[in-house]
Design a binder for this molecule. Structure first.
Ligand code: CA
Length: 225
């Protein structure tokens, strides 16, 4: 899951990014409204956490620009005070939810999870799966059959992208965009390497094979050839 955090207080930005990354999210962060618009149009995010009081454009102006240009990405607004006026303005501008500062990190992640669930109505629980492969997004436990599979954070994120897009062929670029943050400059075979690691963990000793290589195109997760 890839998030954009727009927050101009450096300490709050830093600590929030640290927490989110520790929880397995891929996170880009910036501290002003103009950069936020640039980021939001340069990359596909699963959700944006957007402070209202920002230099450049404020959060509401950013939101209006995104919605005005058809960006439907879920947005969680951060407001400094709990005024009804702010809330109404935020919702009118197209926010999906808002959180009043100061907030606890636990509340922030609960709101994010709720936004992501609403975004993908086919995901009724916090579980993803295909055949006998199952991923629990909260406990971050992956099992195949009765066997628990231990994955690194990067492998987990890669598998999550594949599971969310099962039966869809993904190019390396598309995968890369979803599992790395903005500053990433990897070689072209980085995704192939991670796919190889992941395949070794989930496919041997099991039928059917789930990870399929589409030569010259990319990869697809599906049940059967
Ligand atoms: Ca601010």
């Amino acid at each position: 899951m890839k998030l954009l955090l727009v927050e101009d207080e450096p300490e709050l930005q830093e600590i929030t990014v640290k927490h989110l990354k520790a929880d397995g999210y891929v996170v880009d962060a910036c501290g002003d409204g103009l950069s936020a618009v640039d980021f939001a149009f340069a990359t596909v995010y699963d959700a944006i956490i957007l402070d209202i009081m920002l230099p450049g454009l404020d959060g509401l102006q950013v939101l209006r620009q995104l919605r005005g240009k058809g960006q439907a990405v879920p947005v969680l607004l951060l407001t400094a005070r709990d005024s009804i006026e702010d809330r109404v303005k935020g919702l009118d501008a197209g926010a999906d939810d808002y959180l009043v500062k100061p907030f606890s990190y636990a509340e922030l992640t609960a709101r994010i999870r709720a936004l992501l669930r609403r975004q993908s109505p086919e995901i009724k629980s916090d579980k993803l799966g295909l055949a006998d492969l199952e991923m629990d997004l909260n406990s971050r436990i992956v099992t195949r059959g009765n066997q628990t599979i231990s994955l690194t954070q990067r492998e987990f994120n890669l598998l999550e992208v594949l599971l969310r897009n099962q039966n869809i062929v993904l190019t390396r670029e598309k995968i890369e965009q979803q599992i790395y943050d903005f500053g990433f400059e990897g070689g072209s075979n980085v995704i192939d390497v991670y796919i190889r690691y992941l395949r070794k963990k989930i496919d041997p000793n099991h039928e059917p094979k789930l990870i399929h290589t589409m030569r010259g195109i990319g990869y697809v997760l599906r049940d059967g050839d």
